[in-house]
Design a protein around this ligand. Structure first.
Ligand SMILES: *[C@@H]1O[C@H](CO)[C@@H](O)[C@H](O)[C@H]1NC(C)=O
Ligand SMILES: *[C@@H]1O[C@H](CO)[C@@H](O)[C@H](O)[C@H]1NC(C)=O
Length: 424
């Protein structure tokens, strides 16, 4: 019997090594190279990788990403982490409707699987881009426990930093590329917080240093109350309301339009007049039509029409829509059809059973907006010398107002005081 003992021990050792390796791979990261996608004939002319990285205190959050290598010089070109807004809007939306290499061939869409064209203006022509589905619950990201689904701005910033650390460990060849964090809309809150996390981590010295260069933001949320308030000034400057309405609203409301005193009859009166002038405009782009919602007609397409909540299928298929009825958001229909196709999810290596349906924006996230104001965060980052490209009128206006108070030595988030805030 004695000679067998060492063998058994060796076997046990081997088994436990295999188990440890299995657990490591299982919990840290999993990635796949995607060579072809349904809707694009032939191999993709760029390198696409998809995968999951687990984060969170209990390691119960699985963040899904699409990674596209630069088509120029992946070794030298910057590495960009892109987060779409919402919170809860899919990174794929940024990929296919904003800056990625593929765009849908909208005119060719007839209700079957949408097809792709190449986007000649893709940022991936000059940058390596990770499109990350964050916060948890967005697109294909999920949690393995019910508690894991709970998230907030502060939690998301930490989890995103943790994601990047693990992703770079797993992709060491990108660890020296200049790193930028980017996003738009609601990401205006998250991006500066993530950049601050990285900056603090770099200074801490315990973490491996990231080659952080700066950040990019489009129409970002910055100080949510003031962003909203400045819309009145904007409509006046764009000539959408008269000087008279503007001046009267301004003096009677004393520059508070978001949360006016309900007993201030004059202010309420002028705000109503202004709303009558601007209510039919598309807020995101005043020169594009504001698109209404009409109930979809399920017989028009043999698809799961419950996906299309806010989109008018009627108008999409009306022959008369071509010119005058054109509406940007109807194009979103194609992403619902595409991303919910089982063959597509298989090609993207989505883990089976983790998501019942794909939505472009998850409007039922368990998310607490616990930061309302990141102005000081921007100021902190600019004193640190990071580069920033920010395109938004409201943002510039607000920073100008505050330029006399530029002595910041930390990133102080403007917390929204709420009863159940995890921070209080
Ligand atoms: C839709 O177009 C595809 C080709 O893009 C074609 O194969 C399919 O038969 C068309 N379906 C209908 C219902 O016209
Ligand atoms: C939206 O998020 C919630 C909570 O984070 C999650 O339970 C749900 O599955 C998500 N829905 C979709 C369509 O992804």
């Amino acid at each position: 019997m004695a000679p067998q003992a060492p063998l058994a021990a060796a076997d046990w050792l081997r088994l436990s090594c295999v188990l440890t390796l299995f657990l490591l791979f299982n919990t840290a990261a999993s990635k796949s190279i995607v060579k072809a996608l349904p809707g694009y004939s032939g191999d993709l002319p760029f390198k696409l990788e998809t995968g999951y990285v687990s984060v969170g205190e209990r390691d119960d959050v699985q963040l899904f990403y699409y990674f596209i290598e630069s088509e120029s010089n992946p070794v030298k070109d910057p590495l960009v982490l892109w987060i779409t807004g919402g919170p809860g809007c899919s990174a794929f939306s940024g990929l296919v409707y904003e800056i990625g290499p593929l765009i849908y061939d909208v005119p060719a869409f007839n209700g079957s699987l949408p097809t792709f064209l190449l986007n000649s203006y893709a940022w991936t022509k000059i940058a390596n881009i990770i499109f990350l589905d964050t916060p948890v619950g967005t697109d294909f990201s999920y949690a393995t426990t019910p508690e894991g689904y709970y998230s907030s701005d502060i939690e998301t910033a930490k989890e995103t930093y943790s994601f990047l650390r693990k992703w770079l460990l797993d992709h060491p060849k990108f660890s020296t590329n200049n790193l930028y964090i980017a996003g738009d809309s609601y990401s205006g809150i998250l991006v500066p917080m993530i950049v601050s996390e990285i900056s603090n981590g770099n200074e801490d010295g315990h973490m491996s240093r990231m080659s952080l260069e700066g950040y990019l933001l489009g129409n970002p949320a910055t100080y949510i109350h003031n962003d909203q308030n400045s819309k009145i000034t904007y409509t006046h400057r764009m000539g959408l309301i008269s000087d008279e309405y503007y001046e009267r609203a301004k003096s009677s409301c004393q520059d508070e339009y978001v949360d006016p005193d309900p007993n201030n009859a004059q202010c309420i009166y002028y705000l109503r007049l202004i709303k009558e002038c601007t209510g039919k405009l598309n807020e995101a782009h005043i020169l594009e039509p504001k698109c209404g919602s009409t109930a979809p007609k399920p017989d028009q397409l043999k698809l799961g029409l419950r996906f299309f909540e806010d989109i008018s299928m009627d108008i999409l298929f009306l022959p008369s829509q071509q010119e005058e009825m054109w509406c940007r958001k109807y194009n979103y229909v194609l992403s619902y059809v595409w991303a919910n196709d089982p063959a597509v999810q298989q090609a993207l290596q989505i883990r089976q059973g983790t998501k019942t349906e794909w939505k472009r924006c998850n409007k039922t996230l368990s998310f607490e907006e616990d930061v309302e104001n990141v102005v000081e965060c921007h100021q902190f980052l600019s004193t640190k010398g990071y580069r920033a490209l920010i395109y938004s009128v409201a943002m510039l206006r607000f920073l100008q107002q505050r330029k006399d108070t530029l002595a910041f030595n930390e990133c102080v988030f403007g917390h929204i005081p709420t009863k159940n805030s995890v921070l209080d």
